[in-house]
Design a protein around this ligand. Sequence first.
Ligand code: ZN
Length: 181
Amino acid sequence: MVLAGAPTLGRSAISGAEALSYVLTRPLEIPVAGKSVAQLEDTFDEGRDGGRVHRALDILAPRGTPVLAADSGRILRVKSNTLGGNTIYATDPQGRIVYYYAHLDAYQKGVVDGLVVARGDTLGYVGTTGNAPKDTPHLHFQVMRMPPDGKYWDGEAINPYPLFLLLHAPARNDSLVEGTR
Ligand SMILES: [Zn+2]
């Protein structure tokens, strides 16, 4: 994933490796209410229509399930587009990472561009807007590095699945305790 000879970066931009080490310090919430890490599937490398690679996680949940802010930070853009339907771009408190939420059935009232959010805040509701199959409501969730040119919709994607495993898997001590019962 990390390219040798990375191009010169803008003042605030960080490299892919830096983005990865930074995002590892963010205590990311699983962005769909009530979902445990065991219920997640790694769909990051799956193929999609038109030869695209997914580069995101699809988190299945009933229509209307609250979509939660994975991280504290700020809303960059609340906008609809053809593929994503109702979408939200957000960033962490330092503006280094971009979080993209798509296929929302509806937005939470008051969620607008520039809003400061806390991790776990409700941003909207799971749905099938955009190109999602109508019988498969899910959140399309993507984590990206904020690119040097600030084009937040076009940053290099980071797979959040291993991050959720690291953050939300039962602690080793817990499983040892379980094993002794
Ligand atoms: Zn998706």
